[in-house]
Design a protein around this ligand. Structure first.
Ligand code: NAP
Length: 305
């Protein structure tokens, strides 16, 4: 039975895991790191964002990233290219940005038009500027348990779990979604932290038989209401990565939030859960890149002294 409070409102069993609050706290600390870099005479962190075509959702994501950079002191430049851009032109732009000492991170907003060779684009980004963490080198490093730039969305999930004091060691983690940008790196990052991980996808038979075993359930499928309360173990931690726009314009995740919040111990809302953390971890990776560049620069200068 659902508990009601004195006003007759249904009380949630779950703690709401607030991504906005954690993101704001982390960004305050990032701004100090940027100030420290500048005070040391180093180049301020710079992020170049390449947006190809007119996809409305991508334009919103890019705008949010640029705003977040500005608020933290990161210098960001967005490069808009038409959807007709050739592979050679796009690769040429990346090569130029690779050589630009003011740019510490290069992000090519996905998805790209069908004629663009996405794998080639991602592999052209210099490894030390691959702040999205999608270059094959970074993916390989993740497999070996030693990331250069952890991919932003799963990294944000790890930070959320840490901030809630949720230890993943020995826990049954079920991940719904097996994409290269969320599900697979999420699995690798949690395996590196000694979780027992199962990955489900669209061809998984009887999804509920897996999800019900999860101490920690991470859902990144892009299907509204995929996860219903009867599929969730009582007391589980539920992280909803999904972002779905419903016909009435509202944004929702993949989890039946109201229902699952009656059963789970903790749950992320959509919006306001994983989304703000993804952008925040992009800022972190860009600042880390600038800090590494500054160390490299100092080593070069010391050699010439
Ligand atoms: P994607 O590339 O489309 O991958 C979706 C994954 O979910 C695939 O592995 C797919 O299985 C699986 N899947 C689809 N329907 C399923 C079902 N009915 N049952 C079980 N698994 C199912 O998507 P993505 O880029 O990973 O993104 C997933 C969701 O997260 C989207 O809503 C996206 O908008 C959101 N997202 C949010 C953030 C954030 O910052 N919050 C960041 C990135 C993505 P197959 O592999 O078998 O096709």
């Amino acid at each position: 039975m659902r508990k009601r409070n004195g006003s007759g409102e249904i009380e949630l069993a779950a703690k709401i895991i607030d991504g906005r609050k954690l993101a704001a706290k982390l960004r305050e600390a990032f701004a100090l790191r940027v100030q420290a870099l500048e005070a040391s005479g180093a180049c301020p962190p710079g992020l170049a964002v390449i947006l190809v075509g007119e996809d409305a959702a991508s334009a919103v994501y890019v705008r949010n990233k640029i705003r977040a950079c500005e608020a933290t002191g990161i210098k960001s430049v967005s490069h808009r290219l038409p959807s007709t851009v050739s592979n050679a032109e796009l690769l040429g732009m990346i090569v130029e940005l690779n050589a630009d000492a003011d740019v510490h991170g290069i992000l090519v907003q996905l998805p790209l038009p069908a004629h663009i060779d996405v794998a080639r684009v991602l592999e052209t980004i210099a490894i030390e500027k691959d702040v999205d963490g999608f270059h094959l080198y970074n993916v390989g490093a993740l497999v070996a348990g030693n990331t250069v730039f952890p991919p932003c969305t799963p990294y944000g999930v790890v930070k959320l779990l840490e901030s809630e004091g949720v230890s993943v060691e020995g826990q049954n983690v079920v991940i719904v979604g097996a994409s290269n940008i969320v599900g697979k790196p999420m699995a690798l990052m949690l395996m590196a932290r000694d979780a027992t991980v199962a990955i489900c996808h669209a061809k998984t038979r009887d999804l509920a038989q897996f999800t019900i075993l999860a101490d920690i359930l991470v859902v990144a499928a892009g299907v509204p209401n995929l996860i219903l309360p009867q599929m969730v173990k009582t007391g589980a931690i539920v992280i909803d990565v999904g972002i779905n726009r419903l016909p009435d314009g509202t944004i929702t995740g993949d989890v039946d939030f109201a229902g699952v919040a009656q059963k789970a111990a903790g749950i992320t809302p959509v919006p306001g859960g994983v989304g703000p953390m993804t952008v925040t971890m992009l800022l972190e990776n860009t600042i880390a890149s600038a800090e590494r560049a500054s160390v490299r620069q100092r080593l070069v200068e010391a050699r010439h002294d």
